[in-house]
Design a protein around this ligand. Structure first.
Ligand code: KG4
Ligand code: ZN
Length: 351
């Protein structure tokens, strides 16, 4: 089965073509970072308009790179939520319009399910069951995964998501949006141990997260050292290093706890923050001590992309799942409302 994936939930237009026999055939991404950078965050209306401009040319590019005509596609998958309502509407309208014109089935996909399944695009994918740490700009979640659509929420952030905390700390240090990569870069020249930031909620039982206290601690430390514009370069790097270390250690402690609780040894990390090199290194070390293994997507599939939506769409469509007449985008969509597709044989294969 061959599925075209369309991702437009936030500030990246991602288009890809996934084939259940041959894998990923082509994918293209347009990042709106330059559009939003000067505003310090994503401006929803600008995001929607840019998706309108970029999505169709990217679809043309993907189809021509894969040398694939519309007649050779079996279905279209798009991100139906969670995300910015206008941005989601662009992808959903485009997907449904194309599907109608080409006579194809269409299916809305949960953005976080896309992230969660992104490591499946790698040559050595993880096997179910596993614990997934989803760390993006909007979510920080620990999920037990027993199969496609079989998700149980173990813990999540009570306030800011990890990526959001990176973005806010970066802004405090005078860095552009999105801030995660800037903090990671600054932290490399930071002196470990000059500052020690709190590891929020690690001394309490449970698997929830909270990053707002860490944010305040960061703000106070910067204020004590000259503020955003007065802080010297070395101190800026030292703060970035202390912040990153605190987030990484907090995430590692909770991942270990989740694996122990669920008696599992396989961890998957996905979402923008999973691109963080220190997080990957620390999780490798922690999992090696537990005789476990950590899996993550290639860097280009950690952040938003069309490939993860095409992949997730293909898995569900292979089971015969399609949108009904009442399909709608869902800006808010709790992941544990998802369920496993009911397996049926389709013309294009089975799940
Ligand atoms: O998954 P994603 O592309 O979009 C959402 O669905 O939110 O994640 C974006 C988030 C941003 O907050 C960004 O700062 C963060 O991922 N991020 C990073 C790194 N690369 C991206 N955070 C820490 N270290 C990185 N290397
Ligand atoms: Zn995302």
């Amino acid at each position: 089965m061959r599925v075209l994936g369309i991702e437009t939930s936030c500030d990246e237009t991602g288009i890809a073509l996934f084939d259940s026999e041959r894998g990923l055939l082509a994918d293209a991404l347009y990042s709106q970072v330059a559009v939003h950078e000067e505003y310090g965050g994503v401006v929803p209306e600008l995001a929607s308009r840019d998706h309108v401009r970029k999505a169709l040319p990217l679809i043309d590019r993907v189809l021509s790179e894969a040398a694939c005509s519309s007649a050779e596609i079996d279905g279209i998958a798009y991100t139906a939520g969670p995300g910015l309502v206008g941005a989601l509407m662009v992808g959903a309208s485009l997907a449904r319009g194309l599907a109608m014109g080409w006579g194809l089935p269409v299916l809305g996909i949960h953005h976080m399910e896309g992230h969660l399944l992104a490591p499946m695009l790698e040559p050595d994918p993880p096997q179910y069951p596993f614990v997934a740490l989803l760390v993006s700009g909007g979510h920080t979640q620990l999920v037990r995964v027993d199969g496609l659509g079989l998700y149980r929420m173990l813990g999540e952030s009570l306030d800011d998501a990890a990526g959001e905390a990176f973005d806010k700390a970066a802004k405090m240090l005078g860095q552009l949006y999105p801030g995660g990569p800037h903090i990671a870069r600054l932290a490399e020249s930071g002196e470990p141990g000059r500052f020690t930031f709190p590891r929020p909620m690690v001394n309490r039982p449970g698997l929830d997260f909270s990053f707002s206290g860490l944010k305040t601690f960061t703000l106070n430390t910067i204020a004590e050292h000259g503020g955003r514009d007065g802080i010297d370069e070395q101190t800026r790097a030292d703060v970035a290093c202390a912040f990153q270390t605190a987030v990484v250690e907090t995430l590692v402690i909770k991942c270990r706890r989740a694996l122990e609780q669920e008696d599992l040894k396989t961890l998957v990390i996905a979402g923008g923050v999973s691109a963080n090199i220190r997080l990957r290194e620390s999780l490798h070390k922690a999992l090696a001590k537990m005789a476990g293994r950590v899996f993550y997507p290639a860097p280009e599939y950690c952040t938003d992309n069309g490939a993860m939506i095409a992949y997730a769409g293909c898995q569900r469509m292979l089971c015969g799942q399609r949108d009904g007449e009442d399909a709608r985008v869902r800006p808010r969509w709790p992941m544990d409302e998802l369920s496993a597709p009911v397996a049926v044989e389709t013309d294009a294969g089975s799940c």
